[in-house]
Design a protein around this ligand. Structure first.
Ligand code: AMP
Length: 396
């Protein structure tokens, strides 16, 4: 942990240039889910309480390097004001004279919000001139945007190298939770990886095999592995060109001693829709015209048993087509078991990724997990063992 926290910085009177992720969903000008804003509020409030002057940098949507009024951050001012319980001043650019003046004249107790960093094409190219322009607006750099830390952009990477830098409260919580789960984890460690595609999570699987004791493969991904093992999977979602890769992954697991767990029984249906007529069958009994949409009760029992002997769990991806009842059954059962074990202090459980968080929220398990990462891409890249540029830059 080579990075500093806010507690190690002298914030009093300083302009604290803080990179946040406030990329919230908006419908007709109304914020429909303020979770991301609520999660950065402790950082902003802490800076204010210590007499610092928060200057917020953030991206919003994908304007592609052009000024687009529909993606202006000014529409978030009311929600931010409410969340911070402090007045929010706005500057219509994130560099230049107007922004510099706004930062210089910012009063104690006020928060300055700068315009969308991605209105500048240089942001996503990590343009050093843009980073230098931003650096003029602060005395200290604080990065609280873990979910953007897998990108080397001017506001997440270049800038961190130009000012004394630290992690904000949310970044700190994410990194501490993730480091405790994988750097020196309590063993046995079980990873659950589900979802749709092997190809997008290939690196993840390869990396996890070297680090974890048990790897539960579920969802559409498991279908590719079942096909590789010679099972007939009917019209299931699978990547049939990836079966050789799946075989290689299983061979690597045998070598490293990682226990790969695939479904032992399957829930099949002829239609991809909620409440489609379905049956639970043995692995070798998938009808030619049916698709696998969930793992069956024997598979769930095996996952539950392995969770009961595990000390650490990391989870990305559902075990079935969880958006459609009853194909959320295996995901819910495994999630609730993990939640119960976490509650009783037997398990450290960490999960991340958009679909996974939705599935854990739907089952009611999320509140008991040790940590739920709000990040999608950054969480996956961290699980893959990649260095996140935004974090590396904080380490100097
Ligand atoms: P991912 O984005 O890779 O985490 O994939 C999540 C998606 O995979 C969700 O929309 C699930 O409905 C889908 N999924 C999981 N299992 C299956 C399956 N057996 N067949 C089809 N889709 C699935």
């Amino acid at each position: 942990m080579g990075w500093k926290t806010l507690d190690e910085m002298d914030l009093s009177g300083k302009r604290v240039l803080t990179r946040v992720d406030i990329n919230v969903p908006i419908v007709d000008g109304v914020v429909t889910d303020a979770t991301r804003i609520l999660r950065i509020a402790p950082t902003v409030k802490h800076i204010l309480a210590e007499g610092g002057r928060p200057v917020l940098l953030a991206h919003f949507g994908r304007p592609g390097g052009e000024r687009r009024e529909s993606l202006s951050l000014n529409q978030l001012i009311p929600t931010l004001t409410q969340a911070f319980e402090a007045p929010v001043v706005f500057a219509a650019d994130c560099v230049g004279r107007e922004a510099e003046l706004a930062a210089e004249t910012l009063q104690p107790g006020q928060v300055l919000l700068l315009e969308n960093t991605r209105f500048h094409a240089g942001e996503t190219k990590n343009d050093p001139d843009l980073a230098a322009g931003m650096a003029k607006l602060g005395d200290i750099y604080c990065n609280d945007a873990f979910s953007a830390a897998h990108r080397a952009h001017s506001s997440t990477e270049g800038l961190a190298r130009l000012l004394p830098a630290c992690a904000g409260r949310l970044m700190q919580a994410e990194l501490q939770a993730l480091e405790s789960a994988l750097s020196k984890p309590q063993r046995p460690v079980t990873a659950v990886v589900g979802g749709a595609k092997v190809s997008t999570k290939l690196e993840l699987l390869s990396n996890l095999i070297e680090k974890v004791d048990n790897l539960v493969i579920g969802g559409g991904m498991a279908n590719t592995f079942l096909a590789a093992k010679g099972y007939d999977i009917g019209i299931s979602l699978a990547e049939r060109l990836m079966t050789d890769t799946a075989t290689e992954i299983m061979a690597k697991a045998t070598k490293t001693g990682c226990n790969i767990m695939l479904p032992q029984d399957i829930v099949v249906a002829r239609k991809f829709e909620a409440h489609a007529e379905n049956q639970t069958v043995a692995l070798d009994k998938c009808p030619d015209d049916a698709m696998i949409l969930d793992a069956g009760p024997e598979s769930v029992a095996a996952i539950v048993a392995v969770l009961q002997t595990s000390k650490t769990l990391i989870w990305n991806g559902p075990l079935g087509a969880f958006e459609m009842e009853p194909f959320d059954t295996a995901t819910n059962a495994a999630a609730l078991q993990a939640a119960a074990l976490t509650r009783s202090g037997q398990l450290i459980s960490v999960a991340g990724g958009g679909d996974t968080v939705a599935a854990l929220n739907a089952s009611g398990a999320a509140r008991d997990f040790t940590y739920i990462s709000t990040a999608g891409g950054a969480f996956l890249e961290w699980m893959e063992g990649k260095t996140l540029p935004g974090v590396a830059a904080l380490e100097g």
